[in-house]
Design a protein around this ligand. Structure first.
Ligand code: ADP
Ligand code: ASP
Ligand code: MG
Length: 405
Protein backbone atom coordinates (compact mmCIF):
# COMPACT_ATOMS: atom_id res chain seq x y z
CA UNK A 1 0.00 0.00 0.00
CA UNK A 2 1.45 3.33 -1.10
CA UNK A 3 0.77 6.82 0.25
CA UNK A 4 0.11 9.23 -2.60
CA UNK A 5 -0.22 13.01 -2.43
CA UNK A 6 -2.15 14.44 -5.39
CA UNK A 7 -2.60 18.17 -5.98
CA UNK A 8 -5.30 19.53 -8.28
CA UNK A 9 -4.97 23.15 -9.45
CA UNK A 10 -7.64 25.77 -10.09
CA UNK A 11 -8.64 24.72 -13.62
CA UNK A 12 -8.76 21.06 -12.61
CA UNK A 13 -11.44 21.93 -10.02
CA UNK A 14 -12.86 24.86 -12.01
CA UNK A 15 -16.52 23.72 -12.11
CA UNK A 16 -18.72 20.94 -10.67
CA UNK A 17 -17.98 18.59 -13.59
CA UNK A 18 -14.25 19.05 -13.15
CA UNK A 19 -14.60 18.36 -9.42
CA UNK A 20 -16.51 15.17 -10.21
CA UNK A 21 -13.71 14.25 -12.63
CA UNK A 22 -11.16 14.73 -9.85
CA UNK A 23 -13.27 12.58 -7.53
CA UNK A 24 -13.38 9.78 -10.15
CA UNK A 25 -9.59 9.87 -10.50
CA UNK A 26 -9.08 9.81 -6.75
CA UNK A 27 -11.61 6.97 -6.39
CA UNK A 28 -9.67 4.89 -8.94
CA UNK A 29 -6.43 5.26 -6.99
CA UNK A 30 -8.25 4.51 -3.75
CA UNK A 31 -9.80 1.37 -5.27
CA UNK A 32 -6.27 0.13 -6.01
CA UNK A 33 -5.75 0.13 -2.22
CA UNK A 34 -3.50 3.17 -1.84
CA UNK A 35 -3.84 5.90 0.78
CA UNK A 36 -4.59 9.23 -0.86
CA UNK A 37 -4.11 12.79 0.35
CA UNK A 38 -5.64 15.30 -2.04
CA UNK A 39 -4.59 18.96 -2.01
CA UNK A 40 -6.87 21.34 -3.90
CA UNK A 41 -6.71 24.96 -5.02
CA UNK A 42 -9.58 27.40 -5.16
CA UNK A 43 -11.72 27.02 -8.30
CA UNK A 44 -10.08 28.98 -11.12
CA UNK A 45 -10.84 32.69 -10.93
CA UNK A 46 -12.01 32.56 -7.31
CA UNK A 47 -8.81 33.90 -5.72
CA UNK A 48 -8.55 36.66 -8.34
CA UNK A 49 -12.23 37.49 -7.78
CA UNK A 50 -11.72 37.84 -4.03
CA UNK A 51 -8.71 40.10 -4.60
CA UNK A 52 -10.79 42.25 -6.97
CA UNK A 53 -13.54 42.53 -4.35
CA UNK A 54 -11.09 43.83 -1.75
CA UNK A 55 -9.61 46.33 -4.23
CA UNK A 56 -13.08 47.75 -4.75
CA UNK A 57 -12.93 48.77 -1.12
CA UNK A 58 -9.30 49.97 -0.89
CA UNK A 59 -6.06 49.81 -2.89
CA UNK A 60 -3.93 48.60 0.04
CA UNK A 61 -6.02 46.27 2.22
CA UNK A 62 -4.68 44.78 5.44
CA UNK A 63 -2.63 41.69 4.64
CA UNK A 64 -3.99 39.82 7.64
CA UNK A 65 -7.54 40.33 6.40
CA UNK A 66 -6.53 39.37 2.85
CA UNK A 67 -5.40 36.00 4.20
CA UNK A 68 -8.68 35.59 6.03
CA UNK A 69 -10.50 36.37 2.77
CA UNK A 70 -8.39 34.33 0.33
CA UNK A 71 -8.33 31.21 2.50
CA UNK A 72 -12.08 30.88 1.90
CA UNK A 73 -11.46 30.00 -1.79
CA UNK A 74 -9.73 26.72 -1.00
CA UNK A 75 -12.20 25.97 1.77
CA UNK A 76 -15.02 25.85 -0.77
CA UNK A 77 -13.15 23.35 -2.92
CA UNK A 78 -12.18 20.92 -0.16
CA UNK A 79 -15.80 20.56 0.90
CA UNK A 80 -17.06 20.18 -2.68
CA UNK A 81 -14.40 17.56 -3.42
CA UNK A 82 -15.31 15.60 -0.29
CA UNK A 83 -18.99 15.77 -1.28
CA UNK A 84 -18.11 14.51 -4.78
CA UNK A 85 -16.19 11.57 -3.30
CA UNK A 86 -19.06 10.73 -0.94
CA UNK A 87 -21.38 10.54 -3.93
CA UNK A 88 -19.03 7.85 -5.33
CA UNK A 89 -19.24 6.01 -2.00
CA UNK A 90 -15.67 6.85 -1.10
CA UNK A 91 -15.02 7.85 2.52
CA UNK A 92 -13.44 11.28 2.52
CA UNK A 93 -12.87 14.10 5.03
CA UNK A 94 -11.80 17.66 4.26
CA UNK A 95 -9.32 19.61 6.40
CA UNK A 96 -8.23 23.25 6.38
CA UNK A 97 -4.49 23.91 6.37
CA UNK A 98 -4.61 24.51 10.12
CA UNK A 99 -6.51 21.27 10.76
CA UNK A 100 -3.91 19.41 8.71
CA UNK A 101 -1.24 20.75 11.10
CA UNK A 102 0.42 23.27 8.76
CA UNK A 103 2.12 25.89 10.95
CA UNK A 104 3.60 29.00 9.31
CA UNK A 105 5.36 32.19 10.27
CA UNK A 106 3.29 35.36 10.51
CA UNK A 107 4.24 37.04 7.21
CA UNK A 108 0.72 37.47 5.88
CA UNK A 109 0.14 36.75 2.15
CA UNK A 110 3.62 35.18 1.82
CA UNK A 111 3.91 33.01 4.91
CA UNK A 112 6.60 30.33 5.12
CA UNK A 113 5.83 26.87 6.45
CA UNK A 114 7.64 26.34 9.75
CA UNK A 115 6.52 22.82 10.51
CA UNK A 116 3.80 20.31 9.81
CA UNK A 117 2.31 17.99 12.41
CA UNK A 118 0.04 15.79 10.31
CA UNK A 119 -1.39 13.79 13.21
CA UNK A 120 -4.98 14.31 12.11
CA UNK A 121 -4.12 13.42 8.50
CA UNK A 122 -2.56 10.10 9.60
CA UNK A 123 -5.49 9.34 11.87
CA UNK A 124 -8.05 9.90 9.11
CA UNK A 125 -5.99 7.94 6.55
CA UNK A 126 -5.64 5.03 8.95
CA UNK A 127 -9.42 5.03 9.42
CA UNK A 128 -9.78 4.49 5.67
CA UNK A 129 -10.53 8.01 4.46
CA UNK A 130 -9.28 10.00 1.54
CA UNK A 131 -8.02 13.20 3.19
CA UNK A 132 -8.61 16.43 1.31
CA UNK A 133 -6.46 19.37 2.41
CA UNK A 134 -6.97 23.02 1.51
CA UNK A 135 -3.93 24.24 -0.42
CA UNK A 136 -2.28 27.66 -0.08
CA UNK A 137 -3.10 28.15 3.62
CA UNK A 138 -1.76 27.57 7.09
CA UNK A 139 -1.97 28.99 10.57
CA UNK A 140 0.55 30.72 12.84
CA UNK A 141 1.41 29.25 16.22
CA UNK A 142 -0.90 31.96 17.62
CA UNK A 143 -3.80 30.82 15.46
CA UNK A 144 -3.90 33.48 12.71
CA UNK A 145 -4.82 32.21 9.25
CA UNK A 146 -2.06 32.76 6.67
CA UNK A 147 -1.54 32.11 2.96
CA UNK A 148 1.62 30.93 1.24
CA UNK A 149 1.88 33.27 -1.77
CA UNK A 150 0.13 32.95 -5.15
CA UNK A 151 0.29 29.44 -6.53
CA UNK A 152 0.89 28.22 -2.97
CA UNK A 153 -1.15 25.03 -3.24
CA UNK A 154 1.88 23.52 -4.98
CA UNK A 155 3.84 24.19 -1.80
CA UNK A 156 1.15 22.62 0.39
CA UNK A 157 1.35 19.43 -1.69
CA UNK A 158 5.15 19.21 -1.75
CA UNK A 159 5.46 20.02 1.96
CA UNK A 160 2.79 17.47 2.90
CA UNK A 161 4.49 14.85 0.72
CA UNK A 162 7.72 15.50 2.64
CA UNK A 163 6.05 15.51 6.07
CA UNK A 164 4.05 12.35 5.36
CA UNK A 165 7.02 10.65 3.66
CA UNK A 166 4.71 9.97 0.73
CA UNK A 167 5.70 7.37 -1.84
CA UNK A 168 4.47 9.53 -4.71
CA UNK A 169 3.67 13.21 -5.25
CA UNK A 170 1.61 14.12 -8.30
CA UNK A 171 0.82 17.70 -9.34
CA UNK A 172 -2.22 17.64 -11.62
CA UNK A 173 -2.77 20.70 -13.77
CA UNK A 174 -4.20 21.81 -17.12
CA UNK A 175 -1.10 20.91 -19.17
CA UNK A 176 0.35 17.41 -19.31
CA UNK A 177 3.79 18.35 -18.03
CA UNK A 178 6.51 20.94 -18.07
CA UNK A 179 7.32 22.18 -21.56
CA UNK A 180 10.34 23.88 -23.11
CA UNK A 181 8.22 27.07 -22.97
CA UNK A 182 4.67 28.01 -22.00
CA UNK A 183 2.68 26.04 -24.62
CA UNK A 184 0.02 28.77 -24.61
CA UNK A 185 2.53 31.26 -26.00
CA UNK A 186 4.92 29.06 -27.99
CA UNK A 187 3.10 26.58 -30.25
CA UNK A 188 6.30 24.61 -30.92
CA UNK A 189 6.98 23.96 -27.21
CA UNK A 190 7.77 20.34 -26.36
CA UNK A 191 7.02 18.34 -23.25
CA UNK A 192 10.08 17.43 -21.19
CA UNK A 193 10.23 13.87 -19.80
CA UNK A 194 12.32 15.14 -16.87
CA UNK A 195 13.83 18.34 -15.53
CA UNK A 196 16.31 19.13 -12.73
CA UNK A 197 15.16 21.04 -9.63
CA UNK A 198 17.65 23.80 -10.45
CA UNK A 199 16.32 24.21 -13.98
CA UNK A 200 12.71 24.36 -12.84
CA UNK A 201 13.74 26.78 -10.09
CA UNK A 202 15.20 29.14 -12.68
CA UNK A 203 12.20 28.72 -14.99
CA UNK A 204 9.72 29.29 -12.15
CA UNK A 205 11.72 32.29 -10.94
CA UNK A 206 11.63 33.56 -14.52
CA UNK A 207 7.87 33.49 -14.86
CA UNK A 208 6.97 29.92 -15.86
CA UNK A 209 4.07 29.78 -13.43
CA UNK A 210 3.54 26.07 -13.97
CA UNK A 211 4.97 25.49 -10.45
CA UNK A 212 5.25 27.99 -7.63
CA UNK A 213 8.92 28.93 -7.10
CA UNK A 214 8.89 28.27 -3.38
CA UNK A 215 7.40 24.82 -3.83
CA UNK A 216 10.35 23.84 -6.04
CA UNK A 217 12.82 25.24 -3.49
CA UNK A 218 11.13 23.12 -0.85
CA UNK A 219 11.17 20.00 -3.06
CA UNK A 220 14.88 20.43 -3.73
CA UNK A 221 15.69 20.98 -0.07
CA UNK A 222 13.82 17.87 1.07
CA UNK A 223 14.45 15.86 -2.10
CA UNK A 224 10.77 15.37 -2.92
CA UNK A 225 10.60 13.83 -6.39
CA UNK A 226 7.34 14.81 -8.06
CA UNK A 227 5.49 14.49 -11.32
CA UNK A 228 3.61 17.29 -13.12
CA UNK A 229 0.77 15.86 -15.22
CA UNK A 230 -2.70 16.55 -16.59
CA UNK A 231 -5.95 15.99 -14.71
CA UNK A 232 -7.73 15.66 -18.06
CA UNK A 233 -5.84 12.78 -19.70
CA UNK A 234 -3.63 9.82 -18.86
CA UNK A 235 -0.44 11.03 -20.54
CA UNK A 236 2.77 10.54 -18.61
CA UNK A 237 3.96 13.88 -17.22
CA UNK A 238 7.31 15.42 -16.35
CA UNK A 239 9.42 14.08 -13.49
CA UNK A 240 11.18 16.72 -11.42
CA UNK A 241 14.25 15.51 -9.55
CA UNK A 242 17.89 16.08 -8.66
CA UNK A 243 20.19 16.66 -11.63
CA UNK A 244 21.75 13.63 -13.32
CA UNK A 245 24.91 13.76 -15.45
CA UNK A 246 23.03 13.13 -18.70
CA UNK A 247 21.02 16.31 -18.13
CA UNK A 248 24.16 18.35 -18.83
CA UNK A 249 24.06 17.24 -22.47
CA UNK A 250 21.23 19.69 -23.10
CA UNK A 251 22.50 23.28 -23.14
CA UNK A 252 19.12 25.05 -23.00
CA UNK A 253 16.23 23.18 -21.33
CA UNK A 254 13.63 25.92 -21.63
CA UNK A 255 12.76 29.57 -22.09
CA UNK A 256 10.26 31.67 -20.17
CA UNK A 257 8.60 35.06 -20.00
CA UNK A 258 7.69 36.85 -16.78
CA UNK A 259 4.99 39.48 -17.29
CA UNK A 260 4.49 39.95 -13.58
CA UNK A 261 7.43 42.22 -12.78
CA UNK A 262 7.63 45.98 -12.45
CA UNK A 263 10.70 48.19 -12.40
CA UNK A 264 11.52 51.02 -10.00
CA UNK A 265 14.35 53.43 -10.80
CA UNK A 266 15.86 55.87 -8.33
CA UNK A 267 17.76 58.72 -9.99
CA UNK A 268 20.53 60.63 -8.30
CA UNK A 269 21.25 58.41 -5.30
CA UNK A 270 24.39 59.71 -3.49
CA UNK A 271 27.22 57.26 -4.23
CA UNK A 272 28.11 56.48 -0.62
CA UNK A 273 28.37 53.33 1.47
CA UNK A 274 25.11 52.32 3.12
CA UNK A 275 22.62 53.82 0.65
CA UNK A 276 21.83 50.55 -1.13
CA UNK A 277 21.73 48.77 2.22
CA UNK A 278 19.19 51.32 3.49
CA UNK A 279 16.96 50.87 0.46
CA UNK A 280 16.96 47.09 0.25
CA UNK A 281 16.75 46.59 4.01
CA UNK A 282 13.56 48.68 4.08
CA UNK A 283 12.08 46.67 1.18
CA UNK A 284 13.03 43.38 2.83
CA UNK A 285 11.46 44.51 6.12
CA UNK A 286 8.24 45.12 4.18
CA UNK A 287 8.49 41.52 2.82
CA UNK A 288 8.95 42.76 -0.75
CA UNK A 289 11.01 40.45 -2.93
CA UNK A 290 13.49 42.18 -5.20
CA UNK A 291 14.67 40.29 -8.26
CA UNK A 292 17.09 42.15 -10.56
CA UNK A 293 19.21 45.11 -9.45
CA UNK A 294 21.26 47.37 -11.73
CA UNK A 295 23.30 50.38 -10.64
CA UNK A 296 25.07 52.95 -12.84
CA UNK A 297 27.47 55.52 -11.41
CA UNK A 298 27.51 59.00 -12.92
CA UNK A 299 28.41 62.58 -11.99
CA UNK A 300 25.99 65.32 -11.10
CA UNK A 301 27.85 68.62 -11.01
CA UNK A 302 31.00 66.96 -9.70
CA UNK A 303 29.15 64.86 -7.06
CA UNK A 304 29.20 61.13 -7.63
CA UNK A 305 25.64 59.80 -7.81
CA UNK A 306 24.13 56.57 -9.02
CA UNK A 307 20.94 55.58 -10.77
CA UNK A 308 19.57 52.44 -9.20
CA UNK A 309 16.98 50.21 -10.90
CA UNK A 310 15.40 47.08 -9.50
CA UNK A 311 12.41 44.87 -10.19
CA UNK A 312 9.66 43.70 -7.84
CA UNK A 313 6.55 41.57 -8.32
CA UNK A 314 3.83 43.70 -9.92
CA UNK A 315 1.34 43.27 -7.04
CA UNK A 316 4.01 44.67 -4.68
CA UNK A 317 4.63 47.81 -6.75
CA UNK A 318 2.33 50.14 -4.82
CA UNK A 319 3.67 48.97 -1.48
CA UNK A 320 7.28 49.24 -2.72
CA UNK A 321 6.68 52.76 -4.07
CA UNK A 322 5.36 53.81 -0.67
CA UNK A 323 8.43 52.37 1.08
CA UNK A 324 10.71 54.18 -1.37
CA UNK A 325 8.90 57.50 -0.90
CA UNK A 326 9.30 57.16 2.88
CA UNK A 327 13.08 56.82 2.35
CA UNK A 328 13.49 60.02 0.35
CA UNK A 329 14.66 62.16 3.33
CA UNK A 330 17.20 59.62 4.61
CA UNK A 331 18.54 58.22 1.32
CA UNK A 332 18.43 61.53 -0.51
CA UNK A 333 17.68 60.41 -4.07
CA UNK A 334 16.44 62.97 -6.63
CA UNK A 335 13.58 61.20 -8.32
CA UNK A 336 11.80 57.83 -8.34
CA UNK A 337 10.06 56.34 -11.34
CA UNK A 338 8.15 53.11 -11.81
CA UNK A 339 7.36 51.12 -14.94
CA UNK A 340 4.87 48.27 -15.13
CA UNK A 341 5.35 47.66 -18.84
CA UNK A 342 8.32 45.37 -18.61
CA UNK A 343 8.79 41.70 -19.37
CA UNK A 344 11.63 39.42 -18.36
CA UNK A 345 12.72 36.72 -20.82
CA UNK A 346 15.09 33.98 -19.72
CA UNK A 347 16.91 31.00 -21.17
CA UNK A 348 17.69 28.18 -18.73
CA UNK A 349 19.71 24.96 -18.75
CA UNK A 350 22.25 23.16 -16.54
CA UNK A 351 24.29 22.46 -19.70
CA UNK A 352 25.20 26.17 -19.79
CA UNK A 353 27.78 25.50 -17.08
CA UNK A 354 29.98 23.76 -19.62
CA UNK A 355 28.99 25.72 -22.76
CA UNK A 356 29.84 29.31 -23.54
CA UNK A 357 28.10 31.66 -25.95
CA UNK A 358 24.50 31.33 -24.76
CA UNK A 359 24.25 34.99 -23.75
CA UNK A 360 25.85 36.18 -27.00
CA UNK A 361 23.44 34.09 -29.05
CA UNK A 362 20.48 35.34 -26.99
CA UNK A 363 21.46 38.99 -27.51
CA UNK A 364 21.90 38.34 -31.28
CA UNK A 365 18.40 36.85 -31.50
CA UNK A 366 16.89 39.81 -29.64
CA UNK A 367 18.80 42.33 -31.78
CA UNK A 368 17.50 40.61 -34.89
CA UNK A 369 13.95 41.05 -33.55
CA UNK A 370 14.64 44.75 -32.82
CA UNK A 371 14.16 44.14 -29.10
CA UNK A 372 16.01 46.56 -26.83
CA UNK A 373 17.61 45.13 -23.67
CA UNK A 374 16.99 47.14 -20.54
CA UNK A 375 18.55 45.04 -17.76
CA UNK A 376 20.57 41.81 -17.74
CA UNK A 377 21.18 39.22 -15.05
CA UNK A 378 22.87 35.85 -15.22
CA UNK A 379 23.42 32.80 -13.07
CA UNK A 380 25.47 29.69 -13.82
CA UNK A 381 22.47 28.16 -15.58
CA UNK A 382 20.36 31.13 -16.72
CA UNK A 383 20.46 34.39 -18.67
CA UNK A 384 17.58 36.84 -18.10
CA UNK A 385 16.91 40.19 -19.72
CA UNK A 386 14.27 42.84 -19.04
CA UNK A 387 12.63 44.18 -22.18
CA UNK A 388 9.52 46.08 -23.24
CA UNK A 389 6.43 44.07 -22.24
CA UNK A 390 4.85 44.59 -25.66
CA UNK A 391 7.73 42.64 -27.27
CA UNK A 392 7.78 39.85 -24.67
CA UNK A 393 5.92 37.15 -26.57
CA UNK A 394 7.71 37.85 -29.86
CA UNK A 395 11.04 37.64 -28.04
CA UNK A 396 10.06 34.39 -26.32
CA UNK A 397 9.03 32.72 -29.58
CA UNK A 398 12.23 33.89 -31.34
CA UNK A 399 14.41 32.54 -28.51
CA UNK A 400 12.54 29.23 -28.50
CA UNK A 401 13.09 28.88 -32.25
CA UNK A 402 16.79 29.72 -31.97
CA UNK A 403 17.60 27.46 -29.00
CA UNK A 404 15.01 24.69 -28.97
CA UNK A 405 13.53 24.01 -32.43
P1 ADP B 1 -2.80 25.21 -11.68
O1 ADP B 1 -4.05 26.04 -11.60
O2 ADP B 1 -3.06 23.78 -11.96
O3 ADP B 1 -1.89 25.43 -10.51
P2 ADP B 1 -1.26 27.02 -13.27
O4 ADP B 1 -2.10 27.90 -14.14
O5 ADP B 1 -0.70 27.59 -12.02
O6 ADP B 1 -2.06 25.70 -12.98
O7 ADP B 1 -0.04 26.44 -14.12
C1 ADP B 1 -0.28 25.78 -15.34
C2 ADP B 1 0.00 26.75 -16.49
O8 ADP B 1 1.38 27.07 -16.51
C3 ADP B 1 -0.27 26.17 -17.86
O9 ADP B 1 -1.61 26.32 -18.24
C4 ADP B 1 0.70 26.95 -18.75
O10 ADP B 1 0.05 27.96 -19.49
C5 ADP B 1 1.64 27.62 -17.77
N1 ADP B 1 3.06 27.42 -18.11
C6 ADP B 1 3.99 28.40 -18.13
N2 ADP B 1 5.17 27.92 -18.49
C7 ADP B 1 5.01 26.59 -18.70
C8 ADP B 1 5.89 25.54 -19.09
N3 ADP B 1 7.20 25.76 -19.33
N4 ADP B 1 5.38 24.30 -19.21
C9 ADP B 1 4.07 24.07 -18.95
N5 ADP B 1 3.20 25.02 -18.59
C10 ADP B 1 3.65 26.27 -18.46
N1 ASP C 1 -5.72 29.81 -5.09
C1 ASP C 1 -4.36 30.30 -4.94
C2 ASP C 1 -3.97 31.18 -6.12
O1 ASP C 1 -4.77 31.38 -7.02
C3 ASP C 1 -3.38 29.19 -4.71
C4 ASP C 1 -3.20 28.21 -5.85
O2 ASP C 1 -4.01 28.19 -6.77
O3 ASP C 1 -2.22 27.45 -5.82
O4 ASP C 1 -2.88 31.69 -6.14
MG1 MG D 1 -0.51 26.97 -10.06
Amino acid sequence: MALIVQKYGGTSVGNPDRIKNVARRVAQYRAAGDQIVVVVSAMSGVTDGLIRLSKEITALPSEREMDMLLATGEQQTIALTAIALHSLNVDAVSLTGAQAGIVTDGVHTKAKIQNITPREVHKLLDAGNVVIVAGFQGQTAEGAITTLGRGGSDLTAIALAAALKADLCQIYTDVDGIYTADPRIVPGAQKLPEIAYDELLELAGAGAKVMQLRSVEFAKKFNVIFEVRSSLNENPGTIVKEETTSMEDVVVRGVSLDKNQAKITLFGVPDQPGRAAGIFRALADAAINVDMIVQNASHDGGVRVTDLSFTVDKPDLLKASKVIESLRPTIGFKEAESNENIGKVSVVGVGMRSHSGVAAKMFDVLAHEQVNIDMISTSEIKVSVVIDLAKGETALRALHKAFLE
